[in-house]
Design a protein around this ligand. Structure first.
Ligand code: ZN
Length: 144
């Protein structure tokens, strides 16, 4: 394992053990969406509050493997403070990265870059994506 892969694994384990922004809130200004991944038992619910086109807060709750749960935490940190347009661009870029497709390396995706190695493990792509899919649904729903 390279030093970089080792570092990435440490970041993933840190977010898994000490998740940021975990727990849902009782607040009707938040939009909520749940996505499950039956092949791995992952079950994630994302909740977000968008104010004037800005992602003000992202919350998450659920259970699953380390890739799935940690990515919900990383996603929340990456997208809080971004506009919805920036967030959707980052989400799209992230999907391309974990699938091993071309993606815009200049776009700042924060710690989410640690999931770049997931593309080598096709079975885990879904694990790394469901929190982001739930967030994407929240953002699309919030726009309506
Ligand atoms: Zn999983």
């Amino acid at each position: 394992m390279s030093n970089l892969e080792n570092l990435y694994r440490q970041v993933i384990m840190d977010h898994y053990k000490n998740p940021r922004n975990k727990g849902l809130v009782e607040n009707e200004e938040y939009v909520k969406f749940r996505v499950k991944n039956p092949s791995c038992g992952d079950d994630i619910t994302i909740q977000t509050k968008v104010v004037n086109g800005l992602v003000e807060d992202v919350r998450h709750i659920g259970s699953g493997c380390s890739i799935c749960c940690s990515s919900a935490s990383v996603m929340s940190e990456t997208l809080i403070g971004k506009t919805t347009t920036e967030s959707l661009k980052i989400i799209e870029n992230y999907y391309n990265m974990v699938k091993g497709n071309d993606y815009d390396k200049k776009l700042d995706i924060g710690d989410a870059v640690v999931y770049s190695g997931v593309s080598k493990f096709p079975a885990r792509v879904k694990c790394a994506s469901i929190a982001w899919q739930a967030m994407e649904e929240c953002l699309k729903d919030g726009k309506n």
